[in-house]
Design a protein around this ligand. Sequence first.
Ligand code: HEC
Length: 171
Amino acid sequence: MNPVRIKSAVTATLIFSLSMTLTAGPDEDRQQVERGRYLIATSGCNDCHTPGYPESGGKVPRSEWLTGNPVGFEGPWGTTYPSNLRIKMQGWTEQQWLEKARAPMRPPMPWFSLRDMKDDDLLAIYAFVRDMGPSGDATPAYVPPGQKVNTPYYEFMPKNLPVMQAANASR
Ligand code: HEC
């Protein structure tokens, strides 16, 4: 091949691979977002982070998913509110998200489930939440144990445990 031919062959290959990248990109992105939707729907995140989700058997429009819950969970750890992930996650890079998702959080957040997810799955969740965009209001701030709680909350304490029964019986 003469140099001109080689050059045009290289250019043609470059144009071909560039157009492949451009056409394959959006489809892969949609697949990633759809996988994130599937993981969120099946991993129980909406139970706490989407108001009305468990009560309605999951019949909450997707536009309202993960907007956070202003009803707190009160226990020995204080009172926590399932964060508005639609707002929070807009402010995090992929790397920050991976770090947050692997760090311990207060109860009743099942942070160990997030910790044990593969990077690919966490990144799909990230793609889905970012794709939905921000929505709703920030949730109330965490209240430490013993301080006054000004919002509605669930008491998250086991009752009637065998140990407690035994303690009551001995009174
Ligand atoms: C049983 C209720 C519950 C479930 C189920 C749950 N969360 Fe949470 N989540 C919480 C609570 C409560 C907090 C706030 C914890 C705190 O204040 O430290 C939280 C916090 C978080 C945070 C930290 C946000 C921040 O403000 O830094 C992330 C991220 C998160 N949850 C993601 C998820 C994902 C993803 C799922 C599904 C795999 C999920 N959660 C399932 C209750 C829950």
